[in-house]
Design a protein around this ligand. Structure first.
Ligand code: ADP
Ligand code: MG
Length: 710
């Protein structure tokens, strides 16, 4: 086959990977699996870690308890069986002139291992060395088969060697050779366009140089620094990613601050009337946050504020008071919630509070259909509805507001930046308020909500009873039922929560429906049991919620539809079935449904007998603390930031190298610089800054409306 001529791409970095020297169709396919399609992707395909092969140690010199790299010949290899063939280990005996040691694999494909580790082959291996039966061994080492002469091979030996993420059929030697070609041939093309003075201030090296060093570190580099992603090269690349993220956010924020928006001026009489009717006064924290909101609302620019407050801190009333101020000025408001149950719940609370004041409220979810829906649209269009409460349905095209002045998004982490934008478009630049109960570590807040001002409700309403959390094994189920019984007999109510709606034998989960039936018939025949799940119709759900709220239902069996925002002060017990299947934040959200009244409450986590170690740690964390921030930190530690929020869905640029938690100090520096730059040159129009706009457009893939600045 004729190999295609190397074509010339205007932007050489976008050259498809198969045109790089040494890459054929087979290799290109394998690289594609790793997300490497272009030369640029290749440059960003950074080593997973590094190995020090400046000096290769003899086997006798490898120290137990250390992560070491050794070299030797395979003397023997094969599967070894234990305990009547119940356990199997693949073992490779390696040796050099100073000694022997064993490499072990406790799982893995036997045929593949046998094929790879043939007697007589030479092998580089690394991992933690330990002693066993008077011999050194390494479990699941990183290995590389050696071919050719070590003395001549300066790519794979006699240096700090990059280790890439492999896939079957694509091994270190191939990758290294390929990366060498890419780095030598293309690294020069990389530009970052961060102003020189910023680079100098932070001691940052050249961009192309950074990639060269990260792939093939010079001899003097610190192995530890490289492995921690803290080398000068890593720092430079990470700074670049954060800088353009924050620059985009700074531009957005600045753009919004410059836009003209609505200015709500009112003495807040309507809000005051409501407060006079309520049985409680605002906490100091609620007062403070409300005054920050009022200040924003008075300004002739759109508000973009995030309220952060733990579950139960009382965000709803603050939001509603803000709504009433807008209503008083003749505007409509919208409150958008992530689930139907939550929207319904808000509706129930709010319409009871404000309809006596003569304020029209409507509920709009996808379950409301036909003529009823048409009617609501009409009332919204005519401006009769002043507070629209709903789910995604609120941002649908057909919904037309007469005069939307304030848009509120509850439990913001479930929505992305995009939806926030859509809601905003429903009005002539309305004020936007987003609320979340998920405590976000500072660095995450700076990125996900980097374009928002943040208010914190850092205090709970008085008289809250702490929730005691306890993990029970399945064998304790009887005891758990007795606790529920005791509480209900005292006049309290209980939640029993299930992870899934329908029975799935495979997963061995008890189905909520079936369980409700069982509880009704066999366990609590004297109690009124209700069932709530996601597949029910909206009016059914609403009816159940109402009955539970009014105390007609004593034990509510529910799936996680109750996760956010449900407010039943009389509920004092929650039993979470299969607690080991829930994430920490989710458990904390669930637990927030109780302890909302005057009664000491109990959260019972029923865990299955064979939970994983990680699940055990998670459940123990729940027993230890009620503090949402501590829970969030634990969660981040256990899951890492990627999962934590679904940055991908957030509408922000992806990071290829940077990691929010690990690289937090760099993020903070980059943010400072980016915001300072936009302060000085909001439209990025100084000659040297114009280039940065191009990078912004590329990184943000059109999600950033640069039009507002230029
Ligand atoms: P969240 O912040 O989780 O959304 P909610 O707004 O649902 O919390 O409030 C939880 C409960 O606390 C509600 O029943 C609400 O009426 C009540 N509440 C709110 N503020 C106060 C307060 N200052 N004093 C007493 N109860 C309050
Ligand atoms: Mg809430």
């Amino acid at each position: 086959m004729l190999k295609s001529q190397p074509r010339h791409f205007r932007d050489r970095l976008q050259t498809p990977i198969q045109y790089v020297k040494g890459v054929g169709p087979r290799l290109a396919k394998l690289l594609e699996k790793k997300g490497v399609l272009t030369v640029e992707d290749g440059l960003y395909f950074l080593p997973r870690c590094y190995e020090d092969r400046r000096l290769l140690k003899k086997i006798s010199a490898l120290r137990a308890g250390e992560k070491e790299t050794g070299f030797g010949e395979i003397l023997l290899s094969g599967m070894v069986f234990f305990q009547n063939r119940k356990r199997r280990v693949f073992e490779v005996l390696v040796g050099d002139e100073t000694g022997k040691m064993t490499l072990k694999w406790f799982h893995g494909n036997e045929r593949y291992l046998k094929e790879r580790f043939k007697k007589g082959r030479k092998l580089i291996f690394s991992g933690e060395v330990r002693w066993f039966n008077y011999q050194k061994e390494i479990h699941h080492p990183d290995v590389e088969i050696v071919e050719g002469d070590i003395e001549e091979d300066y790519l794979n030996f006699k240096r700090i060697v990059p280790i890439y993420s492999e896939t079957e059929g694509l091994y270190q030697r191939t990758l290294r050779r390929l990366m060498k070609n890419i780095v030598d041939g293309y690294a020069e093309e990389l530009t970052s366009r961060i102003p020189e003075e910023i680079l100098e201030r932070h001691d940052l090296i050249g961009f192309s140089e950074a990639f060269r060093r990260v792939h093939f570190p010079p001899d003097g580099e610190s192995l530890e620094g490289l492995n921690l992603h803290r080398s000068d090269g890593h720092r430079r690349i990470i700074f670049d990613e954060f800088f353009f993220l924050e620059l985009g956010l700074a531009v957005k924020k600045r753009g919004m601050a410059l836009e003209t928006g609505l200015s709500f001026r009112t003495d807040g009489r309507l809000a005051q009337t409501l407060m006079n009717q309520l049985s409680f006064a605002l906490t100091r924290a609620q007062e403070k946050v409300l005054s920050e909101i009022v200040e924003d609302m008075e300004k002739p620019h759109p508000m973009n504020r995030l309220i952060q407050g733990d579950v139960g801190s009382g965000k709803t009333i603050v939001a509603l008071l803000a709504c009433l101020r807008a209503v008083e000025c003749g505007y409509q408001t919208a409150i958008m919630a992530p689930t139907e149950v939550l929207a319904e719940q808000h509706y129930l609370t709010i319409h009871r509070w404000v309809e006596p004041l003569g304020v029209g409220v409507a509920l709009l979810t996808s379950n409301i259909k036909g003529s009823e829906r048409g009617e609501i649209y009409e009332r919204i269009r005519r401006g009769e509805v002043r507070i629209v409460i709903g789910t995604h349905a609120v941002i649908q095209e057909q919904v037309e507001f007469q005069r939307l002045g304030l848009a509120i998004i509850d439990e913001q982490h479930k929505f992305g930046v995009v939806q926030r934008g859509l809601l905003k478009k429903k009005g002539g630049n309305p004020d936007v308020l987003v609320m979340t109960a998920t405590p976000i570590p500072r660095t995450l807040a700076m990125t996900l909500y980097g374009d928002l001002d943040i208010s914190l409700i850092d205090e709970m309403p008085p008289g809250r009873m702490p929730v005691e959390t306890k993990v029970f094994p399945e064998s304790g189920r009887g005891k758990v039922y007795r606790i529920v019984e005791e509480e209900v007999k005292k006049g309290r109510q209980a939640f029993i929560v299930y992870p899934l709606v329908e029975e799935s034998e495979k997963l061995d989960l008890k189905d909520a429906t079936q369980m409700a039936e069982h509880l009704r018939k066999d366990v609590f025949p004297e109690f009124r049991i209700g069932l709530l799940h996601g597949r029910m119709k909206s009016n059914e759900k609403e009816a159940i919620m109402l009955e539970f709220k009014e105390g007609n239902i004593q034990v509510l069996v529910a799936t996680t539809v109750i996760e956010v925002g449900i407010d039943i002060p009389n509920a004092s017990v929650m039993v979470v079935e299969h607690a080991e299947r829930f994430g920490l934040s989710q458990l904390h959200q669930l637990r927030g449904r109780i302890g909302r009244g005057r009664f000491p409450s109990k959260c019972i986590l029923l865990a299955q007998y064979r939970s994983s170690e990680e699940a055990r740690v998670r459940l123990q964390a729940m027993e230890r603390t009620n503090d949402g921030f501590k829970v969030a930190e634990q969660d981040l530690e256990l899951r890492g930031p990627g999962d934590f929020f679904g940055i991908r869905q957030s509408g922000l640029p992806d990071f290829r190298v940077a990691q929010l938690i690990r690289d937090a100090p760099i993020l903070i520096e980059a943010r400072k610089e980016a915001f300072r730059l936009v302060e000085e040159d909001p439209a990025l129009e100084k000659p040297f800054h114009r280039d940065m706009r191009e990078v912004l457009v590329k990184r943000w893939k059109g999600r950033l409306e640069l039009a507002t600045i230029g």
